[in-house]
Design a protein around this ligand. Structure first.
Ligand SMILES: [Zn+2]
Length: 320
């Protein structure tokens, strides 16, 4: 038996492995303290190596450094509809032409070679690494595209790498975004969360219709999403504490795109502050996007979206 030959567009894309997938881009501004501060504020990052000049000067770094996770921030495309800047990565137009018009990012991994300091000027190069054979996924049939990013400094020295994988797929028919909210036809299974050893207890709890939040065994701090370590005291000891499910809308967004099977759009998604003092992201049900208000009292409910697969959502308090 011989393998089916790759279609022409795929074969020609595969001949371009290792080529630049976008113009070389140098950051518009050098690494700088104001952007570091704003990023730390947005991310809730308090490490004094990034924020406290005196502390950082006395550290082995000898001065402020940028959080490594900001690697891509410096060269990131500006948020404006500028044709020159908005050129898609190589391969994406070919995929559109072949009918794989929908896109979702599936993996992003960064590797840091050295800390960046104020004054460093970052240049980014991105290469097409690989295009997979056609795969069947919960979203539809598609191909995974792998891109390799290399970040260098003003001396041309490598400072970090990034691997970025996206799935380009044939979309299932979706709702008209201006039409009234309706269920997108579940032509495929409801998308599943990525479950890790750290988060497994949370999803297991939902099967028993419990919202379990990781509580530090040493300092009692509640933290979510679950990670391996208490972000407050760095203890690895923890227990799963059931929550009462009542809270208030701390913030929210209304999702219009991308539309996945199994959800109703426009979809209000809230960051809910639970009474116990921890925040949890959840879909809002029983309330239209236009009616959601910050501060609104909500309570959790459990939805068995498929047999044995239970998710939580929030609805206005007292409307169950
Ligand atoms: Zn702790």
């Amino acid at each position: 038996m011989t393998a089916t030959p790759a279609p022409d567009w795929l074969a020609s894309l595969r001949r371009r492995y290792g080529e630049l997938a976008a113009p070389v881009r140098t950051a518009p501004d050098p690494v700088n303290v104001p952007m570091i501060r704003r990023w730390c504020e947005a991310m809730g990052e308090h490490n004094p190596l990034y924020l406290d000049e005196a502390f950082a000067r006395a550290s082995p770094h000898g001065g402020l450094v940028a959080p490594p996770a900001m690697l891509e921030v410096w060269t990131m495309q500006r948020f404006r509809p500028d044709a020159e800047l908005a050129r898609p990565l190589m391969g994406l137009n070919d995929m559109d032409a072949a009918g794989f018009t929908a896109v979702v990012a599936t993996d992003l991994a960064q590797e840091y070679v050295r800390y960046l300091r104020p004054g460093d000027l970052v240049t980014q190069r991105v290469y097409l690494q690989e295009v997979s054979d056609e795969k069947r996924t919960a979203l539809g049939a598609g191909h995974f595209l792998d891109y390799r990013y290399e970040f260098s400094d003003q001396h041309g020295e490598l400072v970090g790498r990034m691997h970025f994988r996206i799935l380009k797929f044939r979309p299932v028919p979706v709702a008209d975004p201006v039409a009234p909210a309706r269920e997108v036809r579940p032509a495929h299974a409801h998308p599943r969360p990525a479950i890790t050893p750290d988060s497994e207890f949370f999803w297991d709890g939902l099967k028993r219709r419990e919202i379990l939040i990781r509580s530090c065994r040493d300092c009692g701090h509640l933290h979510h999403p679950p990670g391996p370590m208490c972000p407050k005291c760095h203890s690895y000891e923890w227990l799963a504490r059931p929550m009462g499910g009542r809270g208030t809308v701390h913030s929210y967004v209304v999702v219009h795109q991308p539309q996945l099977p199994g959800f109703t759009y426009p979809l209000p998604v809230a960051l809910v502050e639970l009474e116990e003092g921890v925040r949890l992201v959840g879909n809002l049900r029983g309330v239209s996007a236009a009616e959601v208000r910050i501060g609104m009292a909500v309570e959790a409910e459990f939805v068995e979206v498929e047999p044995g697969y239970v998710l939580y959502a929030f609805r206005p308090a007292g409307t169950a």
